[in-house]
Design a protein around this ligand. Sequence first.
Ligand code: TXA
Ligand code: MG
Length: 349
Amino acid sequence: KTIIERIDTEQTNKDIIKKAGDILKNGGLVAFPTETVYGLGADALNEQAAKKIYAAKGRPSDNPLIVHIADMDALEKIAEAIPEKAVAVAKEFWPGPLTMIFKKTPAVPVGTTGGLETVAVRMPNHPIAKEIIQAGGGYIAAPSANTSGRPSPTTAQHVAEDLTGKIPMIVDGGLVDIGVESTILDMTVEPPMILRPGAITRENLENLIGEVAVDRTLIEPDSQKSPKAPGMKYRHYAPKAELTVLEGELSQVVKEINRLAKEKTAEGYKVGIIGTEETVRRYSTGNVKCIGTRQDEMTVAGNLYGILRDFDSDGTDFIYSESFSTGGIGNAIMNRLLKAAGQHVIFVK
Ligand code: TXA
Ligand code: MG
């Protein structure tokens, strides 16, 4: 049986936080909101607890977990050889949507790190997350709280869809703020390398610490090399429908989506279209959803996973999506969208 407890972000309920903390300290699982997506938490230093996460999500056990902390003092117990650049990055971007990878200490079981000698660490900026991490002992392993392969959850309802009956407790803090997972920065290499793009961009990091590399497999998705973040190799974030992303001049993209939508509808399929405030009125067939405005791509990031889930509940067969810029958060949006599409892209001339 899964209990869903709603709490106010402005004034968290001490009883609920304590109940969540007790479950975690006893080796159980609790789903809770962070500013990026909902996480599925377990005591990161308890190997048996971390193992439960893999079972509940149906996640491959070679895919390592991120350890969430609530203060800087907690870092030393789990990470070794912390470079000066990492201290500078932490000062600027923690708490926040950024994960850093370090050499792990023996305190972190390999059951948490998927067998790796490194550990991913994040300090989230969300009042409920902070209090739950502290109440749960200070070191909480938390992947996104979805069934492996489904879009990450941005509401407690999404978590409930995937995990009801599999975990004892979901803490509902409403809709998350950002909507795509944290940037992952590998601090064990020089220059530091981005393994997953997020709200903290390469430019943000380079302004602070100089050169930052980007895992080539993120830029060349067809490359034969495996991504450095084990989780990035799976067809992730995927809706049940076949998703196609269209790139090119916007008015041509709209025209081509209209053509494809008419064709598939005539063949008897359910078609979904991901448009923007700037374009939604120009679509004439299919189930058209507005993902946000091109003027502020943060709105697009915030709506992406929810829209993919909505298309699933609508029983959609084919989804056509516009593409987005690759500046700022746009880079993270395109990374997730292309993964959800299994790299299925049409370039419109
Ligand atoms: O925003 C987020 O980061 C969310 C919230 C809940 O904090 N968490 C999240 O966790 O996205 P998850 O497990 O869904 O994604 C973690 C990613 C995976 O791709 C995993 O392979 C990578 O981080 N990762 C974890 N530890 C790693 C390590 N030691 N080396 C390389 N990649 C690592
Ligand atoms: Mg995930």
